[in-house]
Design a binder for this molecule. Structure first.
Ligand SMILES: Cc1cc2nc3c(=O)[nH]c(=O)nc-3n(C[C@H](O)[C@H](O)[C@H](O)COP(=O)(O)OP(=O)(O)OC[C@H]3O[C@@H](n4cnc5c(N)ncnc54)[C@H](O)[C@@H]3O)c2cc1C
Length: 586
């Protein structure tokens, strides 16, 4: 055998392994300093070296940097500003097969060394399409495990990855309100007044402020501080809003999406250009088809809203009869509420031996007639709850009583006033959380509302009537979104959380509870599905649950625009062909 043939044969396993598996930090294939220096010369900002957000507290617990970490820990906008932070810190950690957890806890008293966990090790602070093209080409050339991160809100940890290379879109903040917008390639007659173009890093609080300054309203998400990204994962996974029953989901309101695909091409996708890709981007999921650089949404003239507030509690950790009746009635009228345009959130949360039942809904009050009908429906419900609460004390048994703190509707002059009053401050993140969810079909709610309510009452969580109404008026084939959304009346979510330092066995026990609860939700309507953005990491059949009958078409479109599968995320399109860590093809 010749020497050159021997060298070739010896090299074979290395070559096939490299092609089958992603290159991670620490592997021999990881780019060297001069290759990173070359990349650095092609992008506008110095390369990022992300670290877990608590890191400053391990350098000096008394430093001002550590004090800033402690203050910011539960603040969504602070977290979004950190290159190495996810909104749920558990996704910054990494659990080895032997149960050891690599983490960097804010609780330094646990005396666990600060480690990198799943935080990406190096990356590009993208400020332009050119930066993203350079970063994508670099990741593709070196076969790197790529993470695309915007705000880090992802509930399945899809915006980081152990040993990964990061593209951080957070600082792409341009906002343009277009007096008249015509999508690229569309006839001049197709134009939209005051459509708004958001670069990839714009967050909802920034988008809402800009739209409001032009007297316009956007269909968008809510979180304390408006920290969720307006042009990243939220949109690509579907994007629900309290306004969705009136105006549809994010994917129903986007006119154009610009992106960089895995060969570094910059494409503008809309109904006229790359319509297949535009279809897939509307619901096929973040981090899957390319890196979005900007999106353009339609807007609506500002309008007044009616808001509904309900707050009730009992001194018990499981629902009593009156509370169950109040909740069951709310489930029963949910299809009617969403038909009338009501959207929002109902939370069931146990705390210190009490159980809290809180609802926050809104409806646009553009026309007095529609507002009057919607107000009448909600106020009739509140009258029913008030009567239940009043009667609940009659037995004299404190366990039967429902304390009603609020049950009223009130007008706000504009949608933005409602948003600014309730969502500009507050802390909602910074906790170790995993969730599970399911989309409840309208026909199941209508035919079996008692069983639905009974099941939901066993699972602390959130019922979100952010479907139905206008969401159901869009054909399921119009976008790549899971068709289950179009038949749904509500999206229901449960979750588990744990303290830092919990062992893997303790965490796995909670995960088992989460899996059981999600299975109960799934059992209500197995033919339905779940919302890709707020869901369980343990769906038994993710392709069915998140994409339903659209999966095959989404996979085919991905093969066209990402033939090298550079963009793979947990439970996303194509992920079933990879191992659990998304490092090697099966
Ligand atoms: C506190 C909180 C409140 C929420 N409220 C809502 C709500 O009201 N409505 C709702 O529908 N959802 C809501 N969500 C869920 C939210 O939609 C998802 O977490 C979503 O993935 C966030 O997208 P992001 O871009 O901000 O986050 P990231 O975690 O940065 O990204 C999420 C996913 O999108 C990908 N991605 C991000 N940017 C891009 C890009 N430019 N191009 C390609 N891929 C990209 C990432 O790779 C990742 O896979 C909420 C979540 C939290 C934690």
């Amino acid at each position: 055998m010749s020497k050159s043939l021997l060298i070739f044969l010896l090299a074979l396993p290395q070559i096939s392994l490299a092609a089958r598996c992603r290159c991670l930090y620490g592997d021999l294939c990881w780019p060297n300093e001069s290759e990173f220096a070359q990349l650095s010369g092609q992008v506008s900002q110095p390369l990022l070296l992300p670290v877990p957000p608590a890191r400053p507290c391990y350098i000096s617990a008394n430093s001002s940097q550590c004090a800033e970490v402690i203050v910011g820990w539960n603040d969504g906008n602070w977290r979004a500003n950190q290159t190495g932070a996810m909104q749920s810190p558990n996704f910054e950690t990494f659990a080895f097969n032997n149960g050891t957890i690599d983490a960097c806890y804010i609780n330094t008293a646990l005396d666990v060394p600060c480690r990198q966990g799943s935080v990406s090790v190096i990356g590009v602070d993208a400020r332009s399409v050119g930066d993203i093209q350079a970063a994508v080409k670099f990741a593709a050339k070196h076969n790197l495990r790529l993470a695309v991160k915007n705000t880090g809100h992802d509930y399945l940890g899809r915006s980081d990855g152990r040993g990964s290379f990061l593209i951080w879109t957070h600082n792409m903040k341009n906002i343009t309100v277009n007096a008249l917008f015509t999508p690229a390639g569309a006839p001049a007659s197709e134009s939209y007044n005051h459509a708004i173009t958001l670069e990839a890093g714009v967050q909802w609080h920034e988008a809402y402020t800009a739209a409001n300054a032009s007297g316009r309203v956007l269909v968008g998400g809510v979180s304390a501080g408006g920290s969720v990204g307006a042009a990243g994962g939220w949109l690509l996974g579907g994007g629900h809003s309290a306004l969705s029953p009136s105006f549809g989901l994010g994917v129903d309101n986007v006119l154009e999406i610009s992106l960089v695909t895995s060969n570094g091409s910059f494409l503008v996708a809309n109904a006229h250009q790359h319509p297949d890709l535009f279809w897939a981007l509307r619901g096929g999921g973040g981090g899957t088809f390319g890196v979005v650089t900007s999106v353009t949404y339609r807007t609506r003239p500002s309008f007044p809203v009616i808001a509904a507030f309900l707050a009730a509690s009992i001194n018990a950790s499981s629902p009593n009869t009156a509370l169950s009746q109040a909740f069951t009635e709310l489930v029963r009228i949910t299809p009617q509420l969403t038909d009338e345009g009501w959207g929002g959130y109902t939370i069931f949360s146990p705390s210190n031996g009490s159980l809290f039942f809180t609802s926050l809904y809104i409806v646009p009050a553009a026309s007095p007639a529609s507002a009057g009908q919607a107000n009448a429906t909600m106020n009739a419900y509140f009258a029913y709850v008030q009567e239940l609460a009043a009667n609940s004390t009659q037995s004299g048994n404190p366990a039967d009583a429902v304390a009603l703190q609020a049950a009223f509707t009130t007008p706000f002059p504009t949608w933005y006033d409602w948003y600014a009053t309730l969502f500009t401050t507050g802390e909602q993140v910074g906790n170790n959380v995993e969730i599970g969810s399911w989309l409840l079909p309208r026909d199941v709610v209508e035919s079996d509302y008692e069983h639905v309510a009974e099941t939901l009452l066993t699972i602390p969580g959130i019922t979100c009537p952010v479907a139905g109404g206008a969401v159901s008026n869009v054909s399921s084939s119009a976008t790549g979104l899971n068709p289950a959304w179009r038949k749904a009346a509500a999206h229901v979510v449960g979750g588990v959380s744990w303290a830092e330092g919990a062992t893997i066995d303790e965490i796995n026990a909670l995960r088992d509870r989460l899996k059981n609860n999600t299975a109960k939700l799934r059992g209500l309507a197995p033919q339905s599905g779940a919302y890709f953005n707020e869901a369980s990491l343990y769906e038994p059949d993710p392709a069915h649950s998140f994409f339903g009958s659209h999966y095959t078409k989404l996979r085919a479109i991905k093969s066209v625009y990402d033939p090298i599968d550079l963009f793979i995320v947990a439970e996303g399109v194509g992920s079933d062909e990879w191992d659990k860590t998304l490092t090697c093809r099966k």
